[in-house]
Design a protein around this ligand. Structure first.
Ligand SMILES: CC(C)(COP(=O)(O)OP(=O)(O)OC[C@H]1O[C@@H](n2cnc3c(N)ncnc32)[C@H](O)[C@@H]1OP(=O)(O)O)[C@@H](O)C(=O)NCCC(=O)NCCS
Length: 81
């Protein structure tokens, strides 16, 4: 956490159990933990194929697409109440 902003880095779910809401639950848990720590804003770099995951969790894309480790990404953020 820097100031009141939390940055998430890596998120992965075992291939055998994907599309069952596990990543969504992990995002919710991280949000709860961040809120309890006093965060007001969550930010992350999403692989563009996974953008819907974060949009469903309330994140908005910000800025242009960019490449990180050779993979297309977009910055996303969510303000906390
Ligand atoms: C991305 C990842 C973490 C998603 O985990 P998950 O537990 O399957 O995600 P959820 O079940 O919570 O998905 C919630 C929603 O996100 C979207 N979503 C998830 N995986 C998606 C995919 N591969 N393609 C498109 N949309 C996807 C869907 O809208 C999904 O809702 P639906 O299943 O009702 O359609 C998982 O596919 C993964 O580990 N991928 C490899 C590592 C990686 O790319 N990490 C993300 C880096 S940004």
């Amino acid at each position: 956490m820097i100031g009141r902003t939390v940055q998430f880095s890596r998120l992965a779910v075992h291939p055998a159990v994907r599309r069952r809401g596990i990543a969504t639950a992990l995002l919710e848990a991280a949000e709860t933990e961040g809120t309890e720590a006093g965060a007001r804003r969550l930010v992350l770099h999403a692989q563009t194929y996974a953008r819907a995951l974060y949009e469903h969790a309330g994140y908005r894309a910000r800025g242009s697409l960019f490449r990180e480790a050779g993979i297309e990404h977009v910055a996303m953020e969510k303000e906390l109440p």
